[in-house]
Design a protein around this ligand. Structure first.
Ligand SMILES: *Cc1c(COP(=O)(O)O)cnc(C)c1O
Length: 409
């Protein structure tokens, strides 16, 4: 921790009349810095832990960000991403922005926004809040487009859309209800039918699953992916544009993608907001690494997919090798607002009491969860390279625990 931050901690401790607390304050500052952590929660895309696990290694060098190395002329940071996304999900073209929220905002602004203030038709069942302030009606308002709601909370039919289609309508927006499910007496219109309305259909699929067949996994798509919309299939079924995040099921850095019909994507790229929303080269390099892995069909080198696809037997074997706590079967979840209510069979170790505070205080902090009075370390979200560190951490916190109380000394 640099001196000015330590001095500030000391001054604040003195001002508070407790100079002996200076060390504790300095430690709190150190803990507030971004640092790698071991995720033993079993939540694969933990928004508080940066969603998808990611390793990028870059040297201090210039980059070919906007130069065409063949001609020596100025290039575009976007062209090769458009090509790679075409191959990866069948889109004619694509642009990359900062996150999923920017992708939706830019698509709506460019295709229906302020200049035109045209109508965007959305089912009342899809006027969702994704969390952290992303609410479809508010994003629509911010884009300058005019919201036209159709249907009801639980049921929307094609005829509801047909009634409002007219010359003022710019597009139909379909939003995946990422983080909740409507069950029972419910009905929504699939993208293949919306495509027949003769309007561009923008489908916010959310989590960035590129292809429902998961050709990058030798074991094929896991059962728990079942109902998650995928970019390739949504476009093939008639979506003009899909928008998605790249740090959810895509398994890359935080970015957002608008992919689909060439003319519509080009309109997004020309909009003044694009300049404000485009990512820098650190993010683009990490995104490129992930995309290249998809194109090589090498899911094993994408940490999220490698963790998601690990067989339970392998996790149980690792749990036994930790040689601490009781080996248990448990359930991981996708997280990141994807696949609510769906458990992914997993294994880990359980220890008596709540040991989570001590685990978080370690040099390499370990984030675990408490289930029915026991601390559970789910191995699905732990990189095997961290198993030894996890075992050491668990042993240490058991040692620190006052017998019988579950409290850290
Ligand atoms: C996650 C999500 C978003 C927001 O994406 P961010 O990358 O978090 O900005 C938007 N729409 C849907 C359907 C989502 O699932």
């Amino acid at each position: 921790v640099p001196a000015p931050m330590l001095v500030e901690a000391a001054r604040q401790a003195i001002a508070a009349g407790e100079p002996e607390a200076a060390r504790e304050r300095a430690e709190a500052i150190a803990a507030s810095l971004l640092q790698p952590v071991i995720n033993a929660t079993g939540v694969l895309l933990h928004t508080n832990l940066g969603r998808a696990p990611l390793g990028v290694h870059q040297e201090a060098r210039y980059s070919s960000l906007e130069i065409d190395l063949t001609t020596g002329k100025r290039g575009s940071r976007g062209t090769h991403f458009a090509r790679m996304f075409s191959l990866a999900c069948g889109a004619e073209s694509a642009v990359v922005v900062n996150n999923g929220a920017s992708a939706v905002l830019l698509a709506l602004s460019a295709l229906a926004g302020a200049a035109a203030r045209r109508e965007v038709v959305v089912s009342r069942g899809e006027l969702v809040e994704i969390g952290g302030g992303f609410r479809i009606p508010e994003v629509l308002a911010a884009s300058g487009a005019k919201l036209v709601e159709v249907g009801t909370t639980n049921r929307t039919r094609l005829s509801d859309y047909e009634k409002v289609i007219g010359p003022d309508v710019a597009l139909v927006l379909k939003v995946h209800q990422s983080n909740y499910r409507l069950v029972g007496f419910s009905e929504s219109v699939p993208v293949s039918e919306l495509a027949g309305l003769g309007m561009p259909v923008v489908f916010d699929i959310g989590s960035g699953l590129l292809d429902a067949n998961a050709p990058w996994l030798s074991s094929g798509p896991p059962a728990w992916l079942a109902d998650e919309p995928a970019a390739r299939q949504a476009l093939a079924e008639g979506a003009s544009i899909v928008t998605f995040s790249t740090d959810k099921l895509f398994g890359g850095p935080q970015a957002g993608v608008i992919a689909g019909r060439g003319d519509l994507v080009a309109a997004c790229g020309r909009h003044p907001l694009y300049r404000a929303l485009r990512p820098g080269r650190l993010v683009l390099s990490a995104l490129q690494e992930t995309l290249l892995a998809y194109l090589r069909r090498d899911g094993a080198s994408i940490p999220f997919w490698s963790m998601a696809a690990t067989p339970v037997s392998e996790l149980s074997r690792r749990a036994r090798e930790l040689a601490v706590g009781e080996v248990v079967e448990c359930e991981s979840v996708a997280g990141g607002g994807s696949l609510p209510g769906l458990g992914i069979p997993s294994a880990g170790v359980a220890l008596a009491g709540d040991l989570t505070a001590g685990l978080r205080r370690r040099k390499v902090p370990i984030v675990a969860r408490v289930h029915e009075g026991r601390t559970l370390a789910d191995l699905r979200t732990v990189d095997p390279a961290d198993d030894a560190e996890l075992a050491a951490g668990l042993c240490d916190v058991i040692g620190e625990t006052l017998p019988g109380t579950g409290h850290i000394r």
